[in-house]
Ligand binder design. Sequence first.
Ligand code: ADP
Ligand code: MG
Length: 683
Amino acid sequence: MTLDRKLSDLKGIGEKTEKLFQKIGVYTVGDILLNFPRTYIKYPDIKGPTDFVQGEMTAVFGQIRTPILNRKTRSMEISIGTLYVEDEPVELVWFRMPYIRSQIHTNQDYVFYGKLTFDGGKWKMDQAKPYLYEEYIDLQRHLQPSYGLTKGLSNNTVTKTVSKSLCFLNVIPEYLNDAELLSLGLCKESESVEGMHFPTSMESLMENRKRQVFDEFFRFFFHMKTSLSARDEVINPFLFEKKEVYEHTLSNLPFQLTDGQNQVLKELISDFHGANVSERMIQGDVGSGKTMLAFLAMLYHVENGYETAIMAPTEVLARQHYETFLQYKERFNLPYEVVCLTGSTKASERRYIQDVLNRAEGVFVIGTQALIQEKVTFRHLSLVITDEQHRFGVKQRKTISDKGENPFVVVMSATPIPRSLAMILYGDMKVSVMTDLPAKRLPIKNAVMKKSDRNKIFGFVRSQIKSGHQAYIICPLVEASENSEGESAIEYSKMLQDLYGQEIQVGLLHGKMKPKEKNDVMERFFNGEIDVLVSTTVVEVGVNVPNATVMVIEDANRFGLAQLHQLRGRVGRGEAQSFCIFVDGSSGKEKNKRLEVIGSSNDGFFVANEDLKLRGPGDFLGIRQSGDLSFCLADIYQDADVMKQASSFVDEILATDPDLMDDNHRQILSYLEMFQSKIYTNL
Ligand code: ADP
Ligand code: MG
């Protein structure tokens, strides 16, 4: 038995289902075993009519007194029945399920589970799932896995397929021996994998998850610590003899650098003159002025004839940096080339860029990942900076050095990680922390409001725009969807444009737009042609429009604290007073604790800390934390202890048995092999 068996080798899994699984990246038995649920559903207690809440997933108990009616409309078949819950009628509606009529008997007890709505004066439930009473009570005892799906692939199919693959559990290599398991306080791999899919209790789920989190950190540190050791000793071949232009630029900046910026700049320049090529991570809260730092560091290299690159996570950001760098070029009268290379750069433009790289002395290259993926070649690439991205990690560094380049690497990030954690996570990098924000910044004023305050909010946004400013409105969804509640950017922008009329320009930005459309919209927002930008979280990182003074975050309760903090960082970037309004979209009367935290402080470190305190065990099941730390399960804050454990465990192994010759360690390689294809996705 091996884990690379095809899914269709499992009994009852055909090629059609196999294809669907491939769409979610599941090819083999090993893949499905490690394809953990996104979240778990605990079926709620059965509710009576007095406790009904509109929009809630609810279980109701009752009887249908008259047979279900099937009706045909032009597009589909509809089945309708009336359920009586203690004499309160609830209309049950099913689409395309005519067979339901024969499955449900009149005057018999059933539990129906689905989303309750109150519509036209009566309670309704669409596509309700029927259960026998005992069946439902049994279901309630366990947490039910809920998997990532794709069209045509149901949760039920995934669950069944997982069950069928469980007989391969013991094939997963166990790389920890009993003594190690005991001293690390971890459960067995096979137990953990099974329990991740089918937890028997919340407590056991926490244990099983802990093992997986350890595994994830183990893989991360193992690759980090083995693939980078070769780099330590790269001799610094770069010479910095000229600095006239750099100094001249420094003395002509439009503002004074903050102490933090000055300090980091000093550290960087000392790196550049060091004996070896090195890597540094710069942490600075949103708005602390990292772009200017990047520009100055790059200029220091460019003046000496080298090529430098700054990489942004999105095309929108790359375009923005490009515009900024072009402005600097003009303002400081710099004789150097500035080029931009992204995924949507045309072939002719690409050839031009390559030509520039072939001949020019000193180039600023701005781009996205395309920069390293495309076949551009450099003559002497001396510095690569990544902006707003955590895991510019081992993989990219390797790609670059595989091309024969060994530049200095600088990673800039706004995610507040305590220094002690950063030292572990970026073990191989030097860490700088900027704690100050530019002077003359007024702290952002925050407010937490309800949807019912909407008119007030729209009035406030209008008044800010009338006084010459701009606004962001963030919605959780791109378009309205049946399964997900929350404002959708497309509908919202239409509604707002109707409301404001011609005098205010409303723009729309979301991830489903083509790169070119996104760039156009952002450009119009930068230029002030768009007054209010209704957007999904694609504006989350890095966007800099200092004239924007208001941000409204709809359904803020649905976002993680880290993400809210990043979003808010888009305002408060100029000298004018800025505002952030968090709209609590929940129906409950209770105040949302997380929103109170974010509403009471602008300090990223404080927010991250409070976030940690507020998260109880099990909270990891719901909201996804900041997406930029691309671990799947692990959360560097919550799992800090496990992270430290894994890091020292790897150190220990590499110190005593670097080639994994010990019998005890043989399993490590086969374990890591299972992740071969995924190896770098979280590095
Ligand atoms: P972030 O650190 O979030 O990337 P940016 O680099 O985008 O922040 O800077 C935010 C804004 O602050 C920009 O408009 C930038 O020009 C401005 N800025 C940067 N440094 C200073 C400074 N020392 N004094 C005043 N404004 C500054
Ligand atoms: Mg930035």
